[in-house]
Design a protein around this ligand. Structure first.
Ligand code: FAD
Length: 433
C-alpha cells in the first residue's frame, strides 16, 4: 500500500535552496518600496540564478521550457514562494501569468504558443485574465455580458464589454478575455476565450481600481486590478483560444490547479505570520508574565498550528489527486481547500496581528498588509459561499431521503429491526434469566 509523506532528497535540497534564497535575497527587497522598473531590475539577476538552478517556470511541461513538476512538487515550491509577494516573479510563475501560460499551453495553437506563450515564459511579456464584470455576478459567470461576434466579412472577432478586476491588465501586453460568443447555446457553452492585445484599438484601461490592499492605487503597477472597456475591439479569428464555446471548461482547467497554487502560497504567508506570532510570545511581558504563558496565546499557537497542518495536508492531497487522476477528479477537494485555506490564512494573520497590538496594526510590521491581502482570498477565484455550496452539493449527491422520511439512525426503528433479527438470541438470553 502506498501512503508516503516524504519528499525525495534531491527535491528537498531544491526546496531548502529556495527557502534560503527567498528569505535572504527577496525578503529584503520588500522593505524598499521600489517602483516597477527598479523592481524588475532588482529581480533580473535573481531570475538568472533561478534559471541556472533549473527552477524557472516550473509549472509547465519540459517541452515548453518548464520543469514539469506536477502539482505536489509545485505545491511545496509555492508554499515557499508564497512567503513574499515578489518571489513568484523571481521564479517565472507569478499569477496571473502562470495560469494564463498553462491555459495557452493546454489549448493554444502552435502559432499562439509562438506569439504569446514563449515570450510570456521568457519574461518578455505580461498578461491578464479578463473575466469579471462590474454589472453582473462574477460568482456566476453564466451571467457574463461581454460579447464577441464573428464578422463574417473580415473573419474577425469583434469584442464589446466592460470588465473589471483584471489583475495586472494595466501592465499587460495581452488579455485573455472571456466573452459570450453563442448566446443561444446552453449556459456553460455560451462563452469563449479570446486573446486580445492590450494595445488593440478599442481597448481602454480605465483605471486600476483602488482596493483595501492598495488604497492609493497608482496606475500601471504589477498587482493592480484594472477596469477595462472593450469597444468594437477587433481581433483575428485565430485569436480564439481553444474551441468556440469552450470558455467554461477552459476556465475550470485554469482555475483548478491555480487554486492549489493560491492555497500553498497562502500557507507561506500564514507560516510567516505564525513565526511572528510565536516570536512575539517569547518576549512581550504583560500582567506579570511573557505572553507565551497566557492560555489564550497558547490556544492561538496550537489552533494556528493545527489549522495550517490541516490546510497543508488537504491541499497536498488535492494536488496529489490532480497529479494522479486529473483536475476533474479533484474539483471537490479543491473547493474544500479554497474556502478553508482562505479562512486559515485569515485566522493566523489576525492572531499574529493581535498579539503585536498597535505595532501589528502599524506598517512597521508586514502584518497589516498580510491582513488586507488575506481578505481578498475569500473572494477571488470564487467566493467562499460558492465553494461551500459546490462542496455541499457534491457531498449530498451521495445521500437520499430515507424510507418514510424516518432517519436511518432512528433508534426505536432500528430496535424493532434488531429484535426481529436477533429474536433467537433474545429468546435464549431471556430463558437463561
Ligand atoms: C484581489 C482580487 C483579484 C481578482 N483578480 C481577477 C482577475 O484577474 N480576473 C478576473 O476576471 N476577476 C478577478 N477578480 C474578481 C473575482 O473573481 C470576483 O470578485 C469573484 O468572482 C466574485 O464576483 P463579484 O465580485 O462579481 O461578486 P458577486 O458575484 O456579486 O458576489 C458577491 C457575493 O455574493 C455572495 N454569493 C454569490 N454567489 C453565492 C451563492 N451561490 N451562495 C451564497 N452567496 C453567494 C458571496 O458572498 C459573494 O462574495 C479578482 C478579485 C479580487 C478581490
Amino acid at each position: 500500500m502506498a501512503w508516503d509523506f516524504s519528499t525525495e532528497p534531491e527535491f528537498q535540497q531544491q526546496l531548502d535552496w529556495m527557502a534560503a534564497f527567498v528569505r535572504e535575497e527577496i525578503w529584503p527587497l520588500e522593505t524598499l518600496d521600489l517602483d516597477q522598473q527598479r523592481l524588475d531590475r532588482a529581480l533580473r539577476p535573481l531570475q538568472a540564478q533561478v534559471r541556472e538552478r533549473g527552477l524557472w517556470a516550473a509549472h509547465l511541461p519540459p517541452d515548453l521550457g518548464g520543469q514539469g513538476f506536477g502539482q505536489v512538487r509545485l505545491g511545496l515550491m509555492h508554499e515557499i514562494l508564497g512567503s513574499s509577494l515578489y518571489a513568484p516573479s523571481a521564479f517565472g510563475n507569478q499569477p496571473p501569468d502562470s495560469g494564463n501560460s498553462e491555459l495557452i499551453a493546454l489549448a493554444g495553437s502552435e502559432e499562439q504558443k509562438d506569439r504569446w506563450l514563449h515570450p510570456l515564459l521568457a519574461g518578455e511579456m505580461r498578461s491578464a485574465f479578463s473575466m469579471t464584470e462590474p454589472g453582473v455576478a462574477g460568482a456566476d459567470p453564466t451571467t457574463l455580458q461581454t460579447r464577441a461576434s464573428l464578422d463574417e466579412a473580415t473573419g474577425e472577432w469583434v469584442v464589446d464589454g466592460h470588465k473589471w478586476f483584471s489583475t495586472n491588465a494595466s501592465v499587460a501586453d495581452f488579455l485573455i478575455v472571456m466573452a459570450v460568443t453563442d448566446p443561444d447555446a446552453r449556459p456553460h457553452q455560451r462563452a469563449s476565450m479570446l486573446i486580445v492585445p492590450a494595445d488593440a484599438p478599442g481597448v481602454t484601461i480605465v483605471r486600476d481600481v483602488p482596493t483595501m490592499e492598495h488604497a492609493d492605487e497608482r496606475f500601471g503597477r504589477l498587482g493592480g486590478h484594472a477596469e477595462i472597456l472593450y469597444e468594437d475591439v477587433r481581433v483575428p479569428a485565430e485569436n480564439l483560444l481553444g474551441g468556440r464555446g469552450a470558455g467554461f471548461p477552459l476556465a475550470q482547467a485554469r482555475l483548478v490547479p491555480g487554486r492549489i497554487h493560491h492555497c500553498m502560497r497562502w500557507l507561506g504567508v500564514a507560516r510567516r505570520a505564525f513565526d511572528m506570532l510565536c516570536e512575539r510570545a517569547t518576549y512581550r511581558v504583560a500582567h506579570g508574565s511573557v505572553l507565551a504563558e497566557k492560555q489564550t496565546v497558547q490556544n492561538w499557537i496550537a489552533d494556528s498550528a493545527a489549522q495550517m497542518q490541516a490546510a497543508r495536508l488537504m491541499t497536498l492531497h488535492a494536488a496529489w489527486k490532480i497529479d494522479t487522476q486529473g483536475p476533474a477528479a479533484a474539483r471537490t477537494d479543491v473547493s474544500l481547500i479554497k474556502f478553508y485555506g482562505a479562512q486559515v490564512l485569515h485566522d493566523v494573520v489576525d492572531r499574529a496581528l493581535q498579539i503585536h497590538g498597535s505595532l501589528g496594526y502599524s506598517t512597521d510590521m508586514p502584518l497589516e498588509a498580510m491582513y488586507r491581502f488575506a481578505r481578498g482570498a475569500r473572494l477571488y477565484d470564487g467566493p467562499d459561499e460558492v465553494h461551500r455550496q459546490s462542496v455541499a452539493r457534491q457531498i449530498l449527491r451521495g445521500y437520499e431521503p430515507p424510507p418514510g422520511d424516518v432517519p436511518s439512525e432512528h433508534v426505536p426503528t432500528r430496535r424493532v429491526a434488531a429484535r426481529e433479527r436477533f429474536a433467537e438470541l433474545l429468546e435464549v438470553v431471556t430463558s437463561n434469566d
